[in-house]
Design a protein around this ligand. Structure first.
Ligand SMILES: Cc1cc2nc3c(=O)[nH]c(=O)nc-3n(C[C@H](O)[C@H](O)[C@H](O)COP(=O)(O)OP(=O)(O)OC[C@H]3O[C@@H](n4cnc5c(N)ncnc54)[C@H](O)[C@@H]3O)c2cc1C
Length: 431
């Protein structure tokens, strides 16, 4: 039995211990340099932006404060989903039906783009298809079926089908769910290897990546100056891709997102009989609660399970016991299977849970706030920023038109207000 269980604060995770992609050395920036574009942040958003910009012929420097995939991209549940972190109705209300349709179609494109990047750059990340939106309560059944019908009717989206009883047990062997929507156009992958694969492709396209190179200051202007402790990048354009990890670097962006911690575990590898009693078709699953649980199998057949949330930076009380109890309740057959890894990561959520894309001035672009739904969208965001910097900004602007409210209460009250709101939704999840 493995007993090596690192603390949540540890940078170690199952993903770090199963890296399959090697980068060329990414030495810290230690001199001044010039580039067409400076990208801040080495997650999926930043790596995709850098790759697509380089493919369009731009010289690009990418600065990462820690190491590639250090943020959410290297810690995520790895579920690749169309749609947004909010219901598409939120977009309809804000932007009208035509823009909502364009955004929905782009979210599907984000999923296809992920598959295309994995194939084109031979990224070893165990990409696999099939996804379940599982009802936990009777009211979820109606909500999910309405969701399927609306997408079929208004968006001609036919990839969702309802499963229950034996048909559902062919996909997930648990008594926890009265039914689920099966989605064929969604799937899952090893998020860190995917992110590293994008970084490797970017390097091969000519991007200069510097790790351990935290940006300390951005002097806006044409050109802009992006400073680290030991160097400065002078660039015509800046892409800000720090998401929840950006801190206060660009104060204007700060109040537009809230940082929320999410937690993951990986069990020891399951044997064939256990796999057959858990997720026999290798689908990913998330339940329909507001504070949701989600899981999938890794390439080496561990259960990768995520759930629980913290908005105040403190680890939730009895986190370990709660997560272990949930797994035991879902899959009694896993009793005694050790948990090999535990880790956490930060999600950036916006007030309306739609992603926040935009520009400051004429030459600083940003994409953030995917609200727990960024694995596919972040790749597209990078591509759209590359298009926009190249003068084709229509698709980027469709997303950027989405209005966003700042979190109320300012720096001091923002977190308590959100904790209160989440407590309400948690209570609702129990009803
Ligand atoms: C536990 C967890 C589970 C998740 N599960 C899913 C899921 O199953 N499906 C899904 O769609 N989404 C999921 N998400 C969300 C998804 O992972 C993110 O939306 C996505 O990875 C965001 O990518 P990003 O590149 O924008 O940000 P990040 O991956 O967070 O990258 C930001 C990077 O910027 C760097 N940075 C910050 N500031 C600076 C600076 N000043 N200088 C230089 N570098 C800087 C950071 O070090 C970091 O590496 C999950 C997130 C978490 C935390």
């Amino acid at each position: 039995m493995t007993t090596d269980v690192p603390l949540y604060s540890s940078p170690r995770s199952y993903y770090r211990d199963s890296v399959a992609v090697e980068l060329a050395p990414c030495f810290p920036l230690n001199s001044d340099t010039r580039a067409d574009v400076c990208v801040i942040g080495g997650g999926i958003t930043g790596c995709s932006a850098a790759l697509h910009l380089a493919e369009r012929g731009h010289s690009v420097v990418l600065l990462e404060a820690s190491e590639i995939g250090y943020g959410a991209s290297g810690r995520s549940g790895g579920q690749i989903l169309p749609g947004l972190g909010t219901d598409i109705a939120t977009v309809e209300h804000a932007l009208g039906n035509t823009a909502a349709r364009e955004i929905w179609e782009m979210s599907r494109e984000a999923v296809r783009l992920t598959a295309d990047l994995v194939a084109r750059h031979a990224i070893p990340c165990d990409l696999s298809w099939g996804y379940l939106h599982a009802a936990v309560k009777a009211r979820h059944i109606k909500e999910l079926c309405d969701f399927r019908d609306r997408l079929a009717r208004d968006y001609d989206y036919q990839a969702l089908s309802w499963l229950e009883g034996d048909a559902l047990r062919e996909h997930v062997v648990s008594n926890a769910y009265p039914g689920a929507l099966y989605e064929s156009e969604a799937g899952h992958l090893h998020p860190l290897n995917y992110t590293l694969g994008l970084a490797r492709a970017a390097q091969q396209a000519g991007v200069r990546i510097h790790e351990q190179s935290a940006v300390l200051d951005v002097e806006e202007g044409s050109p802009a100056r992006v400073r680290t402790a030991h160097g400065c990048v002078t660039a015509d354009f800046v892409v800000v891709a720090g998401n929840a990890y950006l801190g206060g670097l660009i104060p204007w962006l700060d109040g537009r997102i809230m940082r929320a911690a999410n937690y993951m575990v990986a069990t020891a590898p399951l044997d064939e009989a256990q796999v057959a009693q858990v997720l026999p078709q290798n689908d990913a699953l998330s339940d329909a609660n507001f504070v949701l649980d989600y899981y999938r199998l890794s390439g080496d057949r561990r259960l990768i399970y995520g759930g629980e949330v913290s908005y105040d930076g403190r680890e939730p009380r009895s986190l370990q016991a709660r997560m272990d109890a949930k797994i035991a309740r879902l899959f009694p057959v896993l009793a005694g299977v050790p948990i090999d890894y535990r880790w956490g990561g930060d999600v950036a959520i916006t007030f309306n849970r739609a992603p926040d894309f935009g520009r400051l001035g004429t030459n600083l672009y940003y994409a953030q706030g995917y609200s727990g739904h960024g694995m596919a969208l972040a790749g597209l965001a990078g591509k759209l920023m590359a298009e926009a910097i190249d003068g084709q900004s229509a698709r980027f602007d469709t997303f950027a038109a989405m209005p966003h409210r700042r979190f109320p209460g300012g720096e001091r009250l923002r977190t308590p207000l959100l904790v209160l709101a989440t407590a309400f939704y948690k209570l609702r999840d129990r009803l």
